[in-house]
Each structure stands twice: as C-alpha cells, then as structure tokens.
Design a protein around this ligand. Sequence first.
Ligand SMILES: Nc1ncnc2c1ncn2[C@@H]1O[C@H](COP(=O)(O)OP(=O)(O)OP(=O)(O)O)[C@@H](O)[C@H]1O
Length: 813
Amino acid sequence: MAKSKQGTKKIINTSENKPSFFAFLKTRQSQTILGTFLILFAIFLCIAFISFFFNWQEDQSTISKLTDKTVRSKNLLGKIGANLSHFFIYKSFGIAAFIIAFQVFLTGALILLKKKLNKIIISWNWNLLATLWLSISLGFLHKKNALLSGIIGFEVNEFSQTFIGKTGLVILLAFLCITYIVLRYKVTFDAYFEKIQRKREERKAKEFEKSKEKITEKNEETSKSIDLTTSEKKEKSEFELSVENLKPTISKHSEVEKPKAEYPLKVEEHIEPTLKTEIGKNEEVVAIDIEKIEEEKSVTENLSDKILKDFGEFDPTLELSNFKFPTFNLLKQYNESISIDPEELEANKNRIVETLSNYKIGISEIKATVGPTITLYEIVPEAGIRISKIKNLEDDIALSLSALGIRIIAPIPGKGTIGIEVPNKKSTIVSMHSAISSKKFQESRMELPIALGKTISNETFVVDLAKMPHLLMAGATGQGKSVGLNAVLTSLLYKKHPAEVKFILVDPKKVELTLFNKIERHYLAKLPDTEEAIITDTSKVVTTLNSLCIEMDNRYDLLKSAMVRNIKEYNAKFKQRKLNPNDGHQFLPYIVLVIDEFADLIMTAGKEVETPIARLAQLARAIGIHLIVATQRPSVNVITGIIKANFPSRIAFRVTSKIDSRTILDAPGADQLIGRGDLLYSGGNDITRIQCAFVDTPEVEKITDFIGSQKAYTEAYQLPEYIDDESGTSIDIDIEDRDKLFKEAAEIIVTAQQGSASLLQRKLKLGYNRAGRLIDQLEAAGIVGGFEGSKARQVLVPDLIALEQLLENEKNI
Ligand SMILES: Nc1ncnc2c1ncn2[C@@H]1O[C@H](COP(=O)(O)OP(=O)(O)OP(=O)(O)O)[C@@H](O)[C@H]1O
C-alpha cells in the first residue's frame, strides 16, 4: 500500500516537473519563436516560388538530386527552394501555391498577436479552399500551362469535365466562388441593394442641400420685401420640392440598417423650432450624423481562469516536491494474530452465567467477540429482566470474574444487548504498522486522519482531527498517554506533506517529544527569534499561545477577504489561483498544537494559559488550528468547564478514580481500563473502547530521522510575533548589557532621523522583540525620545558626528 502510494506520488511529481509539449507551446517565448519562424518561412517560400518561375526549366534536372553536391540549382534559395517550389507549384496547386505561402505568413502573425488556435484553423480552411478553387479555375483557363494550375488543378479539371462537361464546370466554379464569398465575407444581395439605395439617398440629400441654400437666399429676399404669414408662405412657395421629398439622410452610414427610415421623422418633429428660426418658417428637415457606438468587448475568461489555464493549479508541495513520505518498514511489526483460547472463553462465559443466575437474571443468548485486549460478551437477557439490575451488579460480576477492567455496557447502543467486556489473559499488541497500513487509514479522504488503534472487533479506528476539532487526552501515569500522542503525530506524518500541516509541540517534561526536533524545518512551527522549536518553558508557552491567537485572527482576516467560511474552502480557492498572493494570501497549512502535561502548565501559569487556550478552542476550528491537550490529572481545576465545553472529543486512558473518569468522559469506565494503551474514545455521544496503536521511541526516531534527512524548508514555519504588554520599557539599561548591534542601530536611526523599531527590523533583519529592545537601549542612551503611541519616536541626535561624540562621552564617564 505504502509503495503504491509513493508510486503515485512519484508519478505526479514527474509529470509536474516535466510540463507537456503543449504546455510549452503555450508560453510566450515559444509562441514568439514559432510565429517568427513561420513568417520568415513564408518569405522563404515566396522568394523560392518567384525564383522557380524563372528557373524551373534549368532546375528540372536538380529536383531528384537533392543530396548530390555536384549538382547546383539556379533557384535563389538553392535546391531546397527548388524542391519546395516544385512540390507546391508543379506537383500541387500551381500559382495558387502563393496563397499557401500567404497562409503560413498569416499563421505566424496570428501566433505573434496571441490569436486563438481556432481562428488560425479557420483561416487555414478558407485559404486551402481558395487555393484549390484557384488551381482548378486556372487549370480550366490555361490547360496547357501546368505551372499555373499545378497537377492537382489539372487533374481535377480533367476528372470533372468528363462528368459535367466544360459548361457544367464553369457553372460549378461560379457557384463555388459565390458560395465562398457569401460564406466567408458574409456578402448577400440584400447588402448590395442596400448600398444602391444608400447611394440614391445620398444623391437626394445633396440635391436637398442645394435647394435648401436656394430657399434661404429666396427667403432673405422675400422677408425684405413682403411680410407674409407662414401659411401663406407655404402656399405661395414656388419651390418644387415637396415635404415628402425632403427626407433627411443619414450622412454617415452605420450598420444599423432598418431604423434609418425612421430617423428623419423623429428629427423632423424635434428640430422644427430651430429650423424655423434658421430658415425662415419653412418646414425643414436636417440630415444628422449618427455616431457609431462601438460595442464593448466582453471577456469570456477571467484572470484567475487564465492563470489557472496557463500555470495549472497551485501546488503547495512544490517547494519540497521530492519529499518522500516515511515508509512502512520504519515501523515494527508484531505478531498480531489474536489467539482465542476456547477454554478461557468457556470459563468466562460460565462465570458470567453463574453470577447472573445468582442474582436471578436469566440469559437467553450469549455471544463473544474477541478483540486484541478484551473480549466482549454480548448477552440477551430473558424477557422481563430490567437492565438497571444488571448495571448495578457490575462490581459483583467483576468480583466473581476476578478480573480487572470489566466494563458493563447496558445496553449496547443500537443493539439492544448488554455488553460485558472482559480482558483477555493474553493481550495482543496493536502495532502502529498495522494501523498505518490498514486500508481504512490509507484510503481515508480525511483532512487530518489519525489511526488511533483497533476496536474490539479488530477494526482500525480512524478519526479526523479536523472534525474533532480539538482533543482532550487524560490518563494516569504509565497508562499509554505518551504512546497515544506519538500515535497521533505518527499518523499525521504518514499522511500529510510538510506543506500541509505544522506542529507546535509543548513538552514541559522536556523528554517526550524531543525526537521531533529533527523535523523542525519540515513540520514544526515556532516563534521568530527562538532557538528551540519544541517548547519546554512555561513563559514561552504563554507567548506561543498568544502568538497563535494572532495567527488565528490573521487567518480569519484572510478568510474574510477571500469570502470563504473555512480553511478547506480557502485553500481550494487559493489552489484555483483565485486569491492574489500580493494581497497577503497564501496557502494555509493546518496547525496542530500538542500540549503534554497540561496540568503542570495550569499549575504554573493558570489563567494566562487558560484564556488563550479557551479562545483558540472556541474559534480556531474554522481556520485549521487544532489543539491536542494531554494531562495526567483530569481534575476540574485543570480541565475547567470552559475548556471541557470546547473539547468535545476526549480520549481516556486508565485513570485512578471514577471521578476522574467522569471529569474526562462525563461517564464512568475509564477507571476500569486495564492500561497499556487500553482507552475509551468519546466523540461526543458514544464511547468506543480501543486498543491504542503502539509506537515505540526507536520507531519514532527512525521516522524523524527519515524525514529529517530529506531536503527541508530554510526555517521552521514562523508564527507571528507576540509582544507582551507587560514587557514594558525599563530604561536604565547598562552600557555593558547593550545589544551587539547597538551602534549600528543608532547610526541607522540618526541617519534616517526616524526612531522606529520597524526601521531597525527592516535594515538589520531583526525580529520585533530585538528591534524593540534596541529602541529601549537607544532611549536609555538619550538617542531617541520616549514612546509616543503610534508615532515614531523623536530622534534627539541631529547627525552622525554628534552621535559619535555622545558615544565617546559615554565611555569617559
Ligand atoms: N498501546 C500500547 N500497547 C502496548 N503497550 C503500551 C501501549 N501504550 C503504552 N504501553 C506501555 O505502557 C508504557 C507506558 O506508556 P507511556 O509512556 O505512554 O505512559 P504515559 O501515560 O505517557 O506515562 P507518563 O504520563 O508517566 O509519561 C509503555 O512503555 C509501554 O510499555
């Protein structure tokens, strides 16, 4: 399974590394090269063709001797030119071969102009048809000149004439010519008639203009001599032009054909008053110019689709594309065949039946399911037996079976039977190997799949951490908690690429998780300017949690601007290249925060830890931050109400008391477990008993070595910087304690005359904390002024000479 998985991975990688030839053709460089080549090749063909017409007779003998060095061709482009021309002109289309050369030129130009492929194909179709037609026509007209028609034109001619005769061929060629023009140039007879009509109208308009001028002249004369009314004027008008004839004409022809006839009417009504004043109360019409409105071009493809088409989906794993997932052979294999001892089964069954019959509980049926560590006896009690009666006898049955770890489930949810779980005398180890290599885990499509172990029916139990969304783990010392945590982490390491998930590991015990240091630059996240990625110090935990809260807020901002609801949708959108990295968008890995020994943290840091944890637990699920909190002591002051409410998924290893079991699971049962990885998982409603997969320290070491030896990112995933409000400035900083970069920082600040930490961060490439400390030291030295809120601090030293003096004076004090 592992091999096949890695195999697939490899195939994907190689195909990604070697883009296809077609993808190459899509790049602008290749298009430029191809376009230029075609244009030059077209010119080459043209020259060769022209030269061929002058030299074809002399070159006849050289055609078949292409490789013969002694034979020379007269064609300007040598033997290749002569051969190509011979092929295209003589053997194919005759003079029409120039259309082919033109088409090659056109193809090159269209490629350079980034035109679509289908446009190029269409132009090829039309021009090939034209070539064929011309070749046949010339073959018809000049039968004897083979150079004009080429062999194709000649032969098709001969062939057609035998069928439809000469006249038939003329008609056919004429029909083909008309069809070609109509289809290609969309020319119809309507258009022709309309053109004639338009010309006629233009002529009329010109005549009208002339008559209009005459009217004006006449009117001027008339208004001087006689004072007539408008109607009279109309009646007495001696002009022959009737109103109907004075149709205005659209002087500039537009594509809008039909409405043209209607324009004059509208214009007439509208413009009448103006005309009257202008031309002396004569009814008049005006020709108007209609500006052609260009239709806005709509884009069918948006930018993100185009980028997606050109570059494909964004691949977050590209930077570490050669990353190999750990192989199965790094995990130990155990003998996992469950041996059923029939005698043990029979004895247990008898004891259960006997005990129950002592309490007058009759059994109608009993069935056993043997799991890796326990056997489940399913009992169907006789009719009329109350379930609570059996439940109350739990301790008595346990006593009579004289075994630890008896758990009674009455009734088994969804089955209507009563379950009695009895530990096997000989338990079987569930190896991490079997859990990881199980089909269920390998084929899971979960976001963060975890192979926790095996259920009582020997099925691998796989859960999705992303759905949990946070996990609380409790168990007394030595019951398998650390192994459980390692199983969780191992599962994720086997399934998730370093680009997809990052861990923040908090290990106050300092020894449990140290092995993961080796995969720091692959899988771990840490605060800037910190040495160790694995956090062992309580104060750092507080900073990290707060920093994680900032990361959470930042991620929410990103989600908001991307208009998505969760990290899955966000990453999908990012992969589809719908989010612009220039706007701060990036592929977001899941972050899994693992805290071991939570009780210890709460004891030392209390509210400081609880508040950010509660905040993260409440809000972080949508943005891919998931918490796993493990504790030895699941008491109420450690697992407070607010934490519990936000951790619906719980794992309980064996705990020491029923109260602890209730705290962690809200149900008894965890105190009845047998230890060594025997656990109860509660995913909200029902509780499942699972034997945790066993992963040993040497196995974890092998896995981390395997990953650690591979190419990594340049640094661990950087969490945002968190500035503690209380780490305020204490300005009496000793000269001796100054930062190494103090002088350099002072020079930068004085030169720029701007006292800001971010300037130092940028120039000296520092983290915010160190830059902030430097500013404090500069303040203490009197180089910059006090804190002024959002404004940059005032610089108190005017130039570098003054600074030099100040520092010199300091030394002398
Ligand atoms: N799933 C398992 N299968 C078999 N044995 C196990 C399993 N889990 C734990 N054990 C056994 O129990 C021992 C203790 O386990 P582990 O170190 O995980 O306990 P723990 O709960 O982390 O203890 P502590 O809290 O003191 O660190 C292991 O060394 C191993 O022998």
